[in-house]
Every structure is written in structure tokens, then in C-alpha cells.
Design a protein around this ligand. Structure first.
Ligand code: ADP
Ligand code: MG
Length: 235
């Protein structure tokens, strides 16, 4: 599903440049649930942004679903993002003046999906995350965990092949984090590929593979036995 080879990325800062990714190699197969770990500044978000076609590497190759992602114009990049990728962020990134249902429907609007189909799908995915009763509530009427569920429904609405999450539980307390992870695990159980950045060990162990980044290189890449979030919630 994802193949990256010898990926390099630097940020130019005036006359200087900061070499952030120094030759990253890894593949992700369909259905995997992968945690990307590493200390702050190790390049996790940089890598996720490249995988999300929000940024481009300086060197190396990235294939997504066997397509080479390189020098895409913004229109094509947006089409690939819509078709293949769903995003979840630490800070939810919901639109404050739109209710939960409209937030979930938003990406479908940009894809030109007709209103009735858009609303039907949005409701379906709100139900999927257990928030059908909250459809007409604004984000500020929802708890942190509920906001992240709305964001997950929004990511799912365009039926992407891969979910990319940058610290999805970073703004949540631990019980709420586990509830969100329980939902993400269920989505992965159904076959969706998931890649998430986290710096929390317990969250990483809820994936089935952990990739460790240090100073722009992968220093460890291990398959782990997945800890089920549900077990930790109900103790
Ligand atoms: P992480 O997500 O692991 O904390 P990042 O990928 O965000 O790390 O950042 C890696 C390094 O690159 C950091 O030193 C950060 O300051 C720097 N960096 C990130 N984005 C930019 C940017 N747009 N311009 C310049 N430097 C950046
Ligand atoms: Mg980061």
C-alpha cells in the first residue's frame, strides 16, 4: 500500500538547512496498524506530511497504491488525498460554526458529492462512531473524545484506503484516549490501513507494528502483539 525508499527531507532556513529525514525506508501493507514513535523533533510529522501528500521529499521515492507520488500539481495531489487518505489530527481541526453532521459531510462537499448523498453518508459515519444523537451539535458542545470521533467520521466519510493520524490521542485523558483507540482498532479490524504518530508507549502498543525514529532515521521497526484498548477501559 505504501512503499518508501531512501527518503530525505531538509528544511531551508535562510543560508542554513536542517536535514530532518536522512534516508527512510519502509513499506506498509494493506490492513496494517502502524505506530510511528520518536522524541519531539525526530521528524515524525514531517514523515506523516509526506505520506499525506501535504509535503514532498527532496530525495527518494514514495509509492502509494503502486503510484509514484512525485511532482504532482495541487489538483492531482488533492484527488489522491481524497481518494486514498483520511486525516486525523491531535487538535481535531473541526469547523466551529458547523455542526457535527456538516463537519463530517465537508470533504464530500469538496469532492462534489450531491447534498442528499453527502448527508446520508455523513450520518452513516456519525452512527459508525456512536454519535448519531449528536449530529446537530456544534463542536463546542462536545467533549474532547466526541470531537475526535467526529473527526474520525469525517476521515472515514470519503472512504479512504489509509488513515493517517498525527497524535490522535495527544489532547485526550487516558480513558478517553483508550476509547478513541478502541474505535480506531475496530476500523482497522475491518481492514483499513492505519498509520499513527504517537509518543505514548501504551498507545503505540495498541498498534501491531512500531516504527521508531531517531534523528531522521528508523532505528527500530518491530511487529508487536496488539494490546486491545477495550481491555484497558473496563478494568
Ligand atoms: P516531530 O513531529 O517528530 O516532533 P517534526 O517532523 O515536526 O518532528 O520536526 C522535525 C524537525 O524539523 C524539528 O527540528 C522542527 O523544528 C523542524 N521543522 C518542522 N517543520 C519545519 C518547517 N516547516 N520549517 C523549518 N523547520 C521545520
Ligand atoms: Mg509532530
Amino acid at each position: 500500500m505504501i512503499e518508501i525508499k531512501d527518503l530525505h527531507k531538509s528544511y531551508k532556513m535562510g543560508a542554513n538547512s536542517l536535514h530532518v529525514l536522512k534516508g527512510i525506508n519502509f513499506n506498509v501493507s494493506e490492513g496494517e496498524m502502524v505506530a510511528i514513535m520518536g522524541s519531539s523533533g525526530s521528524g515524525k510529522s514531517t514523515l506523516l506530511n509526506i505520506l499525506g501528500i501535504l509535503d514532498e521529499a527532496d530525495e527518494g521515492t514514495y509509492h502509494l497504491d503502486n503510484k509514484l507520488i512525485k511532482d504532482l500539481n495541487e489538483k492531482v495531489a488533492a484527488q489522491y488525498r481524497n481518494k486514498f487518505l483520511g486525516f486525523i489530527f491531535q487538535s481535531f481541526n473541526l469547523i466551529n460554526y458547523k455542526n457535527a453532521l456538516d463537519n463530517v459531510a465537508m470533504p464530500l462537499y469538496y469532492q462534489g458529492v450531491k447534498r442528499n448523498i453527502r448527508m446520508e453518508k455523513a450520518m452513516h459515519y456519525l452512527e459508525r462512531v456512536g454519535l448519531a444523537d449528536w449530529a446537530d451539535h456544534l463542536p463546542n458542545e462536545l467533549s474532547g473524545g466526541q470531537k475526535q470521533r467526529v473527526a474520525i467520521a469525517r476521515a472515514l466519510a470519503s472512504e479512504p484506503k489509509v488513515l493517517l493520524a498525527d497524535e490522535p490521542t495527544g489532547a485526550l485523558d487516558s480513558v478517553t484516549s483508550y476509547e478513541v483507540m478502541e474505535l480506531i482498532q475496530k476500523i482497522n479490524d475491518e481492514g483499513k490501513t492505519v498509520l499513527m504518530v504517537t509518543h505514548e508507549d501504551d498507545i503505540a502498543h495498541m498498534c501491531n507494528r512500531i516504527v521508531n525514529l531517531k534523528d531522521g532515521l528508523i532505528i527500530d521497526d518491530s511487529v508487536v502483539k496488539q494490546v486491545r484498548a477495550k481491555k484497558l477501559i473496563h478494568v
